[in-house]
Design a protein around this ligand. Structure first.
Ligand code: DGY
Length: 336
């Protein structure tokens, strides 16, 4: 199949691979690639202006693809998100205009679960406090009662959002001898996830309340939508087991960050490991000074292999739609 002439693909951020040869190999030498060649997000005004002539946008999680943008992009046929999360895209508005939306599942599952487990270990074993103690010259020798943490073997990990990444987290936790339970969101009647055969006898489902009350640590892996926004706010944090740990590598707004800071200050929670933030890239100031909180800057999928595969997947999806083929990873409002 040959592509129509003068296609234009807008790539909103510098990626792990050069988009020009990748896209031209698929869409022909006539294809124009508009690249915002920067580590920083494309300014909104620029995004709106450049969307006007785009047939496809390869977007990142910080680009809001909403009615305003879609109204200004009459040629647009596909938004290929360079992410598995699609909360930056108004999927209903895309459907209404016949614009396809795609994401990059699978290729970042292990990288993200690795980071979530790294945060769990770091918080459970108080690595930040220990690191700081050494760097500040306060380590004067081994002591039987110094910086005691949570033993993972036998502890119960609650997983909120039991899709691919939640399941990969479960496998890691089982490997460390943890007990694992997953839960749907509070009050949902939605069908549960399909549990892969290797996990079926090893993990159990708990109600949301049971998970809050029983888990020694809870790791968040749910997508952000209206039903999961602030799933963990003051009321839910207060129902968690006292001293439990909270790990979030999903999306910041799943957690009310001010409520989290208050729960930590009150000793209700024992620590938190955060890769994502409610008002990213801002972090609640009360979290910045806490030794029981490990903070990393949205690094879940940040491995060389995952980021390369994400770039390839997103651009290949854009090319497929422009060539009139079905995308391999379409997302629609019904998936949410
Ligand atoms: C995603 O893919 O949704 C991550 O948050 C970015 O890697």
């Amino acid at each position: 199949m040959t592509a129509p002439a003068a296609l234009c693909v807008l790539v909103t951020r510098r990626l792990s691979i050069d988009p020009l040869p990748f896209l031209r190999a698929r869409l022909g030498e006539g294809c124009a690639v508009e690249l915002h060649d920067s580590e920083s997000p494309i300014p909104r005004a620029d995004l709106l202006a450049r969307a006007a002539s785009a047939d496809a946008i390869v977007a990142t999680l910080s680009d809001r693809i909403d009615e305003e943008l879609l109204n200004r992009a009459p040629r647009l046929r596909v938004v290929a998100n360079h992410a598995v999360g699609v909360d930056n895209i108004d999927l209903r508005a895309c459907v209404a205009r016949g614009v396809r939306a795609t994401n990059t599942p699978d290729v970042l599952t292990d990288a993200t679960a690795d980071l979530a487990f790294a945060l769990l270990l770091a918080v459970a074993r108080r690595l930040r406090e220990g690191e700081r103690m050494i760097r500040e010259g306060r380590f004067t020798g081994w002591a039987p009662t110094m910086l005691l943490g949570l033993e993972l073997r036998g502890a119960l990990l609650g997983i909120f959002g039991f899709g691919r990444i939640g399941q990969a987290m479960a496998r890691r936790a089982l490997g460390f001898g943890m007990r694992v339970a997953w839960s749907r969101r509070e009050g949902t009647s939605a069908a549960g996830p399909r549990i892969p055969a290797d996990l079926q006898t090893k993990v159990s489902e708990l109600s949301f309340d049971e998970m809050l009350a029983q888990a020694d640590a809870i790791s968040l892996h749910a997508p952000l939508d209206a039903s999961t926004r602030h799933a963990f706010s003051a009321a839910q944090l207060a129902r968690m087991k006292r001293g439990a740990l909270l790990i979030n590598t999903a999306r910041g707004p799943l957690v009310d960050e001010a409520a989290l800071a208050a729960a930590l200050a009150a000793g209700q929670l024992g620590g938190a490991g955060l890769d994502v933030f409610e008002h990213e890239p801002k972090v609640h100031p009360a979290l910045l000074s806490r030794d029981d909180v490990v903070l990393v800057p949205h690094l879940g999928s940040a491995t060389v292999a995952a980021r390369r595969a994400m770039a390839e997947t997103a651009m290949a999806e854009a090319a497929r739609v422009l060539l009139g083929q079905e995308p391999l990873h379409p997302v629609s409002p019904a998936d949410r």
